[in-house]
Ligand binder design. Structure first.
Ligand code: SF4
Length: 184
């Protein structure tokens, strides 16, 4: 098992705004989990991976994220202490389980963070029709980049006349390992 020992787990309110109804948590770990990061990135759809500094950011939902570093797990935006404990247990399990079967996984080094809003925008119908619920295609493109919505949320994109754009956009997103925040 790669990750067995959590030496310290601090759960706290963010100092920048102690009125916020969320908690952050940081676990110090004895083992070096860096070798697992590209595999965890591939399996869980990490949002940003800094290969040089060995930092992986996993966005779980808007405002909730886990950052993994060689000897640290940082959790942002927990509802309460129970959720912080549960998320730590979950990510520990994921790291160990994924690392165990790393021989069957292609490690991933590219990041969703590399996606450009303007490149996404170029591949949308750009009619600002508002059918997606956003007032402009630009706003939709920005939300899509963050994984907050999916391609299906832009109905015109699925019309035959935009088929080529839709194919290209799908390919572009996939090349960065894009995944919606609520994807399984
Ligand atoms: S539905 Fe599509 S075309 Fe219409 S505003 Fe939204 S992103 Fe633009």
């Amino acid at each position: 098992m790669l990750l067995e020992h959590v030496s310290k787990f601090d759960i706290f309110r963010p100092k920048c705004d102690s009125t916020k109804e969320v908690l952050h948590a940081i676990a110090q770990i004895e083992e070096d989990i860096a070798p697992a990061l590209p595999y965890v990135h591939a399996e869980l759809g990490g949002w940003d991976y800094d290969r040089h500094n060995q930092v992986l950011l996993l966005k779980l939902s808007p405002g909730k994220a886990i950052t993994l570093q060689p000897h640290e797990i940082a959790i942002r935006g927990c509802r309460d202490q129970e959720e912080a404990q549960a998320l730590l247990k979950w990510i520990q399990g994921q790291i160990n389980e994924i690392y165990e079967r790393r021989d069957q996984i292609t490690p991933r080094y590219s990041s969703q963070a590399g996606l450009k809003v303007m490149e996404i925008l170029k591949l949308l119908p750009r009619t600002n029709c508002k059918a997606c619920g956003y007032t402009t295609c630009m706003a939709y493109a920005a939300a899509l980049r963050e994984g907050e919505i999916s391609l299906q949320d832009c109905p015109p994109l699925w019309e035959e006349k935009y088929r080529e754009k839709q194919d290209k956009l799908q390919t572009y997103l996939e090349s960065f390992g894009w995944r919606a925040l609520d994807a399984d």
